[in-house]
Unconditional design. Sequence first.
Length: 225
Amino acid sequence: MSRIVDLPPDERPREKAVKYGIVSLSNAEVLALIIGSGVQHLSAIDIGNDLLTQFKGFQGLVGVSYQNLLKQKGLKQGNALRLLAAFELVKRVEKATSETDGFYHSSSEIFQKYKTDFSSAPQEMLLVIMMNRQNRVLKEEIIYRGSVSSMMVSSREIFVRLFVNETVRFVLVHNHPGGFCEPSKEDIAATITLKKEATRLGLHLIDHIVIANHEYYSMAEHKLL
């Protein structure tokens, strides 16, 4: 494990970025620029490589908590906060680039907006996207945050939120932390039951999207609704 100052000038992240552009840096070197400095026997590049290995790349890192970052050898409060700020910036840029005109035109648009937050969340979440008769979005609200492996929310609670916001059409989005995006039999059965209840109340469930590991499954696209 060498110090960055011991590297040839053209191989140091800062000098390399200035001379060849930021795109010339490896993932570990990008992290090294954000981390700023290493510790004894561990350079910022070494720390970056360790983070990428432990969290299996950027996708795993984006959802890491402040407490977990502080447990990493070589990271202190300032380094950890800079990393968290960078990851938060990624999420906000992603959301900003997926901003709609008040409408969602496909399930993939919804996925693009929420894929990072929902893929990196440590627990299950249920989001309800509420729309009027013309499919204009009225409100997007996370109505449940559960445990790592379970999510319990009643249809009554969902319908109360829908009626309070004068919703006619709606989409459900939830995640499978650390799992696969394919819905379970229970997910499918509960969604079909919910759709029937919604129809009796004059509401229309458009889709139920499951997100996991930066992939999604749309029940509507798979003709389950």
